[in-house]
Design a protein around this ligand. Structure first.
Ligand code: TYD
Length: 206
């Protein structure tokens, strides 16, 4: 009944935050989920990222993964009255694919929004972790080959897009300082989710 999303550039600490939320919100029995998802559609997306397919194919695969995520996880969980927390969601497309589609499609953000229009379920609250790109990059790497999304100039543009989305919709976005300790971030986000889902429960009861 409440849909919370967590967004941020690669290396922003989203995954460890989501892991902590599983523990800190245990009593709320949240459905913790992610995009790209854990189905074969999600696997196809991961394969497309690794194979560097063309940006339109890639964007549409991410959208297909979102459709499958909504149909199999998000809608059923919300209908059952559950608290849902998703590690990445539509704003990842609006931030990342907007950069990937620049120069290929006239107005990438408008196009991406139009593709989602009419069937996506907008989040109630979105936590955006913000941190300097160099810090995010230094947290990744560890010797492995970086994906094409994991490059400084690219991530700087993605983060800029995220910040514009947040500016456009301040009542949905909560900005989180990614330089705080993992514990501080997790406590803050878990507390805000509790406050939000508590007040939304009382709104439903009225
Ligand atoms: P993911 O495996 O979730 O990586 P991370 O742990 O950094 O979240 O996502 C893989 C990459 O896909 C990541 O660099 C972000 C990117 N991505 C998009 O470009 N668009 C999208 O819609 C989504 C969901 C992810």
């Amino acid at each position: 009944m409440v849909l919370i999303t967590i967004e941020g550039i690669d290396g922003s600490g989203k995954s460890s935050l989501v892991l902590s939320l599983t523990r800190l919100l245990k009593d709320e029995c949240p459905v913790i989920t992610r995009e790209p998802g854990s189905t074969w559609v999600g696997d196809a997306v991961r394969r497309a990222i690794a194979d560097k397919v063309d940006p339109i194919t890639e964007a549409l695969l991410f959208v297909a993964d979102h459709a499958s995520h909504i149909a199999t996880v998000i809608r059923p969980a919300l209908s059952a009255g559950r608290l849902v927390v998703s590690d990445r969601y539509s704003d990842s497309r609006y931030a990342y694919q907007q950069v990937m589609l620049e120069g290929i499609i006239d107005e990438p953000l408008a196009w991406l929004r139009a593709v989602h229009d009419g069937w996506t379920i907008p989040p109630d609250l979105t936590f955006l972790i913000v941190l300097p790109v160099e810090v995010a990059l230094s947290r990744m790497g560890d010797g492995r080959t970086l994906e094409h999304f994991e490059e400084a100039g690219f991530l700087a543009r993605v983060q800029k897009n995220y910040l514009s989305l947040a500016e456009e919709d301040p009542s949905r976005f909560i900005l989180v300082d990614g330089l705080k300790t993992a514990e501080e971030i997790a406590e803050f986000v878990a507390g805000s989710i509790r406050d939000f889902s508590g007040s939304s429960l009382s709104r439903h009861r009225q």
